[in-house]
Design a protein. Structure first.
Length: 242
């Protein structure tokens, strides 16, 4: 699923930022990187900052225009400052992640990131089907390119993992109801023998004990231990009476 999501960087100025983006992508499980008319092609500085994600870095596809990078994508989300002059569907990171995962089975998805200094132009934003705004601190909204990529990639990854989590088969074995009833009968008999329960006036003791063991929900091995304890008490009582 994550391989159907591509990260598109438009006209990136610094090769180090491209390397940092590759690293951010790989840590979140993304591998499809598109570079639209970068100022400089990835170099040794980009490799150094990719920190082991050079497969993503040098597997990147370089194209001349944004249209080439997104031509086959059914959903194109461009990162944008909150702009009231562009009446475009504006998503938060979590909404964007949900949209990506809902539509990724149908066609490739593009997340588009603009220039470090000025972002995407209005013409480029118009090529996007949706815009996403990362709600940073309004008093200090400085978010570098790799941070922005990591933020959206993280949201997509977390929602992807949550959607695909399968309940783990329980390795704990609990006794069937019949075994529990046999245990309660054994417990009541033993407590009556010791005098803890008075047969003619049992009160609510067994009801409360049933509630206690229902809350505890003993496993089969634990129930066997309890039955063993009762059996040892029974033997001790018989020995004394003999």
């Amino acid at each position: 699923m994550l391989d159907r999501v591509r990260i598109v960087l438009v006209n990136t100025s610094h090769t180090g930022n491209i390397g940092s983006v590759a690293r951010a992508m790989k840590t979140m499980g993304f591998s499809q990187l598109y570079l639209v008319n970068p100022v400089h092609a990835p170099d040794s500085h980009a490799s150094a900052l990719a920190a082991g994600a050079t497969d993503v870095l040098y597997g990147a596809k370089q194209v001349n225009t944004l249209a080439e990078a997104i031509g086959d994508c059914g959903l194109v989300i461009g990162t944008s400052a909150r702009n009231r002059t562009l009446d475009w569907p504006l998503l938060g990171p979590r909404q964007a992640a949900a949209q990506v995962l809902a539509e990724a089975p149908n066609y490739p998805i593009a997340l588009v990131f603009g220039r470090e200094s000025s972002g995407l132009t209005n013409a480029e934003l118009h090529q996007c089907t949706h815009h996403v705004h990362i709600p940073t601190n309004p008093d200090y909204s400085s978010l570098n390119l790799a941070m922005a990529v990591q933020t959206l990639a993280y949201e997509i990854r977390m929602q992807y993992l949550e959607a695909n989590e399968q309940p783990q088969a329980s390795t704990v074995l609990y006794p069937p109801a019949d075994d529990m009833e046999r245990f309660y009968t054994h417990l009541e008999t033993t407590l009556a023998t010791t005098g803890f329960i008075i047969k003619n006036h049992p009160g609510q003791v067994m009801t409360k004990l049933r509630r206690l063991f229902s809350r505890a929900r003993p496993e089969i091995t634990e129930l066997n231990i309890l039955r063993g304890i009762l059996t040892s008490i029974d033997k001790k009582i018989r020995t004394k009476s003999d």
